[in-house]
Design a protein around this ligand. Sequence first.
Ligand code: FAD
Ligand code: DHB
Length: 398
Amino acid sequence: MSLRTQVGIVGAGPAGLLLSHLLQRQGIESVVVERHTRQYVEDRVRAGVLEQWTADLMIETGIGGRLKREGMYHHGVMFRFAGRTHRFDFDQLVGGRCIIVYPQNKVVADLFDARAAAGGQVITEAEDVSVDDFANAGDGATAKIRFRKGGEAQEIECDFIAGCDGFHGVCRPSIPAGALTVYDRVYPFGWLGILAEAPPSSEELIYAYSERGFALLSMRTPQIGRLYLQCKPDEDIHEWPDERIWEELQLRLASSDPKWKLTEGKVLQKGVTGMRSFVAEPMQYGKLFLAGDAAHIVPPTGAKGLNLAAADVVVLAKALKEFYATGRREQLDGYSAKALRRVWKAQRFSWWMTSMLHLFDTDNAFDRRRQLAELDYVTGSHAAQQTLAENYIGLPME
Ligand code: FAD
Ligand code: DHB
């Protein structure tokens, strides 16, 4: 069976679904092709923090109803190290802008609902997805997305393809070797994350540096906590029974305030994620545009991945709007350069947060002292606090 659309989108994660939503509001047709079921995509436990502009975008484009009810607006964030807890006060540092704790699962569910309500086509459980005929940016052959659905071969002809299929997708590897330059760094640790039926012990997130490694206290709802521990990159989760996880969290998140207590609870889910920084440049090849994790990965310490995916598709949607309205290609041609400026600033920030807060096994006592001095500086200097806060809540969208 053959279909025709303006923009064929591979991947129904936050990047693909948000792009489809934005395009529909601009009167541009799209079809999303996803290899997994909606349930699978929605159930993946991933990001939790939205930059304010991302939340504002959801509200302004009509998909922010639940976000406004259930999103937790945080006007500060905590760092804990060397027996001290420091609060970065966003009201004071960045004029009242903030972050919103609202899980990726809900973002994705809201977007799936919006696509369904608008009659948007999202084809899930697509097998053997491939992309073809996209090399020529100008006219030439129409780009194609091919896949099998329920055993039947299908093809979508499109003006453009958006590769929103994440780090392990098919779009980036379909670009000829040599056309892309890859920049990357793999970190010698990962994060062990849990979701727990334990009310968060702090109203705001706590990033903790300790002699035993990094820990992070976050949350999903006022009843459900989300916590992370720095671990080995290939950590065997079976060696981490719930009691051991709580014991380690207690040690790493310990406060000098005797009244503070980390509340424990039933562990609902646990998993280990590796950490890397990765950028593929340029983010375009002919009629194929890469967006989100398909083009770049950040270590999660800065809470930037989902927000960067959203920023990419905002730039891409605007460029496509201009193309369909006027036939002009300038913005499409400038997509990669524009998106990459933000990507690299987020890369720098995520790398810096990761380097400051984690223990590296190649570090010696000098490096530990250096890290403590950096934390002391970053929490002590108004200028440094402002720099951290400005990046953490998200740099302005151009
Ligand atoms: P994905 O979410 O990976 O979506 C890609 C989609 O494409 C998937 O649904 C996949 O099934 C589909 N797909 C893949 N291959 C194919 C194929 N061949 N054919 C069709 N479909 C395909 N970011 C933040 O901003 N804040 C945070 O607090 C944060 N915390 C994180 C914590 C953890 C533990 C992790 C792992 C990530 C975190 N991130 C965070 C990062 C964030 O989750 C990602 O950056 C985000 O999911 C990227 O969205 P995406 O749509 O680009 O890619
Ligand atoms: C969460 C994840 C992050 O990577 C982060 O920096 C903050 C919060 C979270 O999952 O809640």
